[in-house]
Structures are given as C-alpha cells and as structure tokens.
Design a protein around this ligand. Structure first.
Ligand SMILES: *Cc1c(COP(=O)(O)O)cnc(C)c1O
Length: 452
C-alpha cells in the first residue's frame, strides 16, 4: 500500500467538485440521501479495499452532507471554511503533526504561538495575555473556568490541583440569566455545579443587568457573555468588569462568536470593556471560518492556565518552547494553529473586519426584508443574529419546517421570551446580499403556499 499522488489528486478533485456544487444544491440533505447511508452499514468486511475505492464510496454520499460550507446555511452560528484555511488544512492533514509539545512538532507549536498572538491582538486582549487552541468554546469555557478556579482557590491558600474540591473553600459563581447552555455544562465539569450559581436578571435582549449584580468579592467568579446565541446581544462588559475589578473577582467572558466584533472598527464599541476581564473563550470554527474543530482560550495571567493544566512525567522532554500541554486539557491534539494562521494571513486585519461587517450587514438586510413581508423580528439586530416570528407559534413552527424542507436555506428554531422563532445566524465568508434576497424570496413563496 502507498499513498499515491493519484489518490490525493482524486480527493482534491472531488473536494473541488463538491464545493462547486454548494451554490445550487439543497442546503439540508433530503430524506433519501440520508436513508442511502444505510447502505454503508455493513459488517466490517473480512478484507480491505483499495483507498481509491474507499474514497469513491464516500464521495457517493456527498449529497448526505449538510451544505454548511456553502453560502446559505444559517444554523447554530456556523462559519464556512476560508479557501486558505481549507488548503492549509489539507496540507497539514498530510503532515499529521501532533501539537502536544515542541518535541513532537516544532512547526505545530510555533504556528500555534503565532496564530494565538495574532488573535490576541485582533480581539483586543491585553498584552501579556496568552492562550491555546482547544476543540471549541465549550472546552475554552471549561479551560477558563479551571484557570479561575486555580487562581481563586490559590488566593485562599488552597492548591485545588493537588487537593481537589472536597473540603475546599467556597467560590461563588455569578452568571447572567441568558448564559449559554455550554457554560453550565462547563461549570458542571469544573466542579462548580450547574445549578450552584447566582443568576443575574437580564433585559429584553438577554443582556445582564449591571444594576442587578449582587455584591462581588475576591472569592467570586463572574461569567459574562459577548454575543447572546439568540439575539447577538452583549453583556455590558465595561460596567460589569469595573465592579468585578473593584471587588477582586475573576471575570470570564464567553465570547464564542460575539467577541469577534472587536476585530471590526465599526463594531468594536459592542465589546467595550471586555479587555478588562481575566479570561476569554472564543471559537475559530464560527467567525474565523476555519474548519471544525477549533476554539481558543485566552487568560490575562497565563500562569493560572498553567496552574490548572501543567503536566509532569519523566518521559516528557521539554523543548525550548512553552509547551502546549501545560496550557490545555488535552495532550495529543491536531495542529489547529496552522489553519488559524492560514485564515488570518489570508484575511489580514482588513479582511477579518470586512468578513464580520459583511455578515452583520446581511443580518440587517434579512431583518428588514422579513419585516417588509410583515413578519416580526424579535431582537435588535446589533450583530449577525436575526430572530423572526412568522405569526403565532404554530404557524412559525410550520414555516420553519417548510423552509427547512424547501432547501434554499437552513436555519434552526428557538424560543425567545416565550415565543417560537426562527434563528438565523450569518457567519460565512461565502454569503452575499444576493443570497439574502434569494432566501427572502423563498420565505415569500413558502408563506404564500402555507397561507393558501
Ligand atoms: C457556540 C457557542 C458555545 C459553544 O461552542 P462550541 O464550539 O460548540 O463548543 C458557547 N457559547 C456561545 C455563546 C456559543 O455561541
């Protein structure tokens, strides 16, 4: 067996054909394409097959994929993959670098350091802040919470990594009433408890009300959010961080997609004050438009991240670089930094700002077009999110199902303050205003059909 150039060329050719089909194929696969996957569910054959045969069998099911790499997938805040990111990912897949340490992969570690440095600057985080790539914002939140846990307990004379949480001094956790579900999962994993939290009430956009903040102290972890997953709204970071700083509390920011607003001079005002926090979680696979999976954690005082994660073993030779395994929950990991580096280098600061701003303009166009058709937009469209109600909850639910089946675009459903809504998220470099118009035409068609 060998890896022939023909095999890789065929994979590249099939990938190119797939990408070219995205413009016009239905966004979510039809039931037939999904059912056809059953044909692959055979007992593991006794003998192997040639790589080219395997590749062709896989390609026969390309139609079962969700066209989230295309221009009209608006579910869950899902960016496409930028050309440079995809190409770098294909090449680095061939390199197969284990970015566990600089002894495993000097190039993987160096590229991660460069990409993390660029991201820190693009996201407006303070000098001296450092971080690492993880799988996504869930793990980035988890890593930030563990850094906070380390720091807040060390301050009280408790070595949590050595002694654990049983018998440890208490830490208060304060969260917004609209914190992301993954934050609660991360709080559970970190031993803080999903429910052992003080919730701060929110306004009509889901923003934490600073005037409702309980008194904070130096044993408190305050979790705020940049970018509500429904409305796109931002917790008032300047006020919240000022209060936390005065009290000596730790502030963690879940900025999975919203913190990218900082990269745009026109939108930067939305995140004002987040730079005063202590840790920040974000996603690369959302608005940086690198492929899945990629998230990043940043910590103002990176020694607290190392405090949580540093690992020792006699066989772990240390290179001259700062070793990723001292700053992440994982040991072996793929070289996410290579793709992030490629994405950032291909965009530059202006390209990144332009990507963010274009998606926000598309959200505004979508909201205006929906309102012009008589539908209610439930959120202030400050970023890339549009929440639309098509009427009563029953009709909204039917519209969402019909639009998803129709296939021009795909967006999911949500509940916002007691109402059913379609949740439309813009975060792909491929999307254009013409795509938005095409989706608005689909909405008009489908609502006319359902009303007939
Ligand atoms: C998407 C998202 C997460 C979870 O991110 P994953 O990358 O899916 O782990 C957390 N918080 C917010 C606000 C999000 O939008």
């Amino acid at each position: 067996m060998s890896i022939s150039p023909e095999l890789l060329q065929e994979a590249a050719a099939l990938a190119a054909r797939y990408l070219a089909s995205l413009e016009d194929r239905r966004v979510f696969p039809d039931a037939q394409a999904i059912a056809a996957l059953d044909a692959l569910n055979i007992p593991l054959p006794a003998d192997g097959q040639s790589p080219l045969d395997v590749l062709r069998q896989l390609n026969a099911h390309a139609g079962a994929s969700v066209a989230s790499a295309g221009p009209r997938y608006f579910g869950f805040v899902t960016g496409g993959t930028l050309p440079a990111a995809l190409a770098a990912s294909m090449l680095s897949a061939a390199w197969d670098q284990n970015t566990f340490s600089s002894v495993n992969s000097p190039v993987g570690v160096r590229m991660e350091r460069i990409a993390i440095g660029w991201l820190r600057a693009a996201l407006g985080l303070p000098e001296g802040t450092d971080g690492a790539f993880v799988t996504g914002a869930t793990m980035a939140n988890f890593s930030g919470l563990l850094a906070a846990r380390h720091a807040l307990l060390a301050r009280q004379g408790w070595d949590v990594e050595a002694r654990g949480l049983f018998g440890a001094p208490g830490i208060r956790v304060v969260v917004g009433g609209e914190a992301h579900s993954s934050l609660f999962k991360a709080l559970g994993m970190a031993g803080f408890g999903r429910e052992r939290v003080e919730r701060v009430s929110v306004d009509g956009q889901g923003r934490m009300r600073a005037d409702q903040l309980p008194p904070l102290d130096e044993r408190t972890l305050l979790c705020i959010q940049s970018g509500n997953v429904n409305t796109g709204a931002f917790d008032p970071a300047a006020e919240l961080c000022a209060a936390a700083r005065a009290a000596g509390a730790w502030v963690h920011v879940d900025g999975a997609f919203g913190i990218w607003a900082t990269a745009s001079p026109a939108l930067r005002h939305l995140t004002a004050g987040v730079e005063l926090a202590d840790s920040w979680a974000t996603d690369g696979h959302k608005w940086l438009n690198v492929s899945y999976d990629c998230g990043a954690i940043f910590v103002r005082q990176p020694e607290h991240l190392a405090g949580a994660f540093a690992q020792q073993a006699a066989y772990l030779l240390r290179g001259e670089d700062r070793e990723p395994y001292d700053f992440t929950p994982e040991a072996s990991r793929r070289a996410r930094g290579i793709e992030a580096w490629a994405a950032l280098l291909s965009l530059g600061q202006s390209g990144l700002a332009d990507l963010i701003e274009r998606n926000c303009a598309q959200a505004r166009r979508m909201a205006a077009g929906l309102q012009a058709q008589g539908f209610a937009v439930l959120n202030e469209v400050v970023l890339n999110q549009v929440l639309v109600s098509f009427g009563d909850d029953d009709f909204t639910t039917r519209m969402i199902a019909a639009l998803q089946a129709e296939g021009t675009f795909w967006a999911g459903s949500s509940q916002w303050q007691g109402r059913s809504a379609m949740r439309i998220s813009f975060s792909s470099w491929r999307t254009t205003l013409a795509d938005v118009d095409r989706c608005l035409e689909a909405v008009a068609r489908v609502s006319a059909r359902l009303n007939a």
